[in-house]
Design a protein around this ligand. Structure first.
Ligand code: ZN
Length: 282
């Protein structure tokens, strides 16, 4: 998809079944085809898509969220399945070509692909020439959570391998609530899901798109004003979501969802009951 001069792609790592004990299994998409998104969201384990975003403008190759790091570790059995590397390869890129990495927050399902373990069991930075842009608040909250975890359901923090980013001075800690990454790409701190959660606004030549991270993880969450027990601060999540979605509707913006199983992107519309829906375009 094109947003002005930017080419924007969703890189699907696949569909995963996440269990309450943190176990993760990759799922056969055929199994998913037959069930509705609604049904899947109600089952005891949860099925999620994992879709990092690649933005290119000929000069910059920007990656938003790095996924689970599926197949990246040296001893992985999944090296040839769809993962960050094989996905970049489709666009003629390798991890070395990435110039910027943005992490919406540091939950492992959004950040684990930032590093991998090599043949000598050493942690390495996956995108060695990129800086990794995170909110400073998120880093300190994650450190705190490693010692005293808050009781929220869903993905947790696993910083062990992310310390490598710190050690190699790859982390850029943002303190501004709104930060221009490059002209046309803005990082906006929303908080809510986690205190340092940020989303990405892509804007060029009158076209706009938003990457919403876990503020609105799927189409199903458009009209639910918090993710129940999954947000650290549900009130802030509701406030931020209301504001951003109202603006996105006005701007006729394209929305990109990270965790969708069926519909991964689309423009907003309102149905006859004034609920937000995605416009049917195809
Ligand atoms: Zn999360």
């Amino acid at each position: 998809m094109n947003i002005g001069r930017f080419e924007v792609e969703q890189l699907s790592e696949g569909i995963f079944e996440i269990f309450e004990d943190g176990d993760i299994r990759k799922t056969d998409p055929d199994h998913i085809e037959d069930s509705s998104e609604d049904e899947l969201l109600r089952s005891s384990s949860s099925f999620v898509g994992i879709d990092p975003v690649l933005i290119r403008d000929g000069k910059h190759n920007i990656l938003i969220d790095t996924g689970l790091g599926w197949g990246l570790d040296h001893r992985s059995h999944f090296e040839n399945t769809s993962n960050l590397k094989t996905n970049l390869d489709i666009f003629g890129l390798s991890p070395d070509d990435i110039t910027h990495v943005v992490l919406s927050h540091l939950h492992f399902d959004h950040s684990a692909g930032s590093t991998y373990v090599d043949g000598e069991s050493r942690t390495q930075v996956t995108m060695p020439y990129a800086n990794y842009f995170i909110q400073k608040k998120e880093w300190y909250f994650a450190l705190e959570q490693m010692e005293h975890p808050t009781d929220v359901i869903g993905a947790g923090y696993n910083l062990d391998e992310l310390y490598k980013l710190m050690a190699e001075e790859k982390l850029v800690m943002i303190t501004d609530a709104s930060f221009e990454l490059i002209p046309g790409i803005k990082l906006i701190r929303t908080g809510g899901h986690t205190p340092g959660h940020q989303i990405v606004k892509i804007e060029d030549q009158g076209e706009t798109a938003y990457y919403l991270g876990d503020l609105v993880p799927t189409e199903f969450h458009l009209n639910q004003y918090s993710m129940r027990k999954m947000d650290i601060d549900p009130l802030q999540a509701k406030k931020a979501k209301t504001l951003i979605l109202r603006q996105a509707l006005e701007e006729n913006a394209y929305l990109l969802f990270y965790h969708s199983i069926h519909t991964k992107s689309g423009r907003l519309d309102k149905d006859k009951d004034r609920n937000l829906v995605l416009r049917k375009e195809r």
